[in-house]
Design a protein around this ligand. Structure first.
Ligand code: GRF
Length: 211
């Protein structure tokens, strides 16, 4: 049975595109049922509309209370029968109502090797600038389960790449984003194929036989 996904994003949506591509190419047994953005003009919403994927601009500011916001959002997720949430460049913190509704079923991708270079305000080019400033020799990507803190929660997958002496924040951003596109669908596959277990707040992956 396919995993029914909602993808949340605030930006371009290039990871969302990579996920949809993996689904189209039958590399991922999932379906993107819904795209959510807190930004009215986000590229991720344009992409969803072009692809005919149900999408919605919804943000906390549109509602008088947090409760009203979450009851609308959770109703939308229920209506579209979403079973798993993928954060792809979503800049808002995920609140308790969603975490309670989707226990260990929300993942995020971060463009560095957590727990380094993460946390509030660490997104986009700032992450890569911090990596260069620190003079570390490797960086990479982290996919993790989402809890109520920014860039926190059990790690599902990490991939590292070298930081070369000539790298700038921009060249690193480009290399890291490419890595995200190839590994985010792979991380979702662990869940789609039921190969993920969370024991003592640590993620264990059962590798498929072909690996
Ligand atoms: C990615 O670098 C991701 O790691 C971060 O935000 C960026 C999203 O890019 N959380 P896109 O919107 O998927 O193109």
């Amino acid at each position: 049975m396919n995993l029914n996904l909602a993808v949340f994003g605030s930006g371009n949506g290039s990871n969302c595109k990579a996920i949809v591509k993996a689904v189209d190419e039958k590399k991922l047994a999932a379906e993107v049922r819904l795209v959510i953005s807190d930004q009215e003009n986000a590229g991720i919403l344009t992409f969803a509309r072009e692809r005919g994927i149900p999408s919605r601009w919804i943000s906390r500011e549109q509602y008088q209370t947090k409760d009203l916001f979450y009851s609308e959002l959770t109703a939308l997720l229920r209506y579209h029968q979403v079973g798993f949430i993928v954060l792809a460049g979503y800049l808002r913190k995920i609140g308790k109502p969603l975490i309670d509704m989707y226990p260990d079923k929300i993942i995020n991708i971060h463009p560095a090797l957590l727990p380094a270079f993460g946390g509030k305000g660490m997104y986009g080019i700032r992450v890569h600038q911090a990596v260069i400033d620190a003079g570390v020799k490797v960086t990479g990507i982290t996919v993790h389960l989402v809890d109520e803190h920014y860039d926190h929660g059990p790690i599902v997958l990490q991939q590292a790449i070298d930081v070369d002496e000539q790298d700038t924040p921009e060249t690193l951003a480009e290399k890291v984003l490419k890595l995200e596109h190839s590994y985010y669908p792979e991380a979702i596959r662990y869940f789609a194929e039921n190969r993920c277990a969370v024991l003592n707040r640590k993620v264990c992956i059962k590798h498929s036989q072909k690996n």
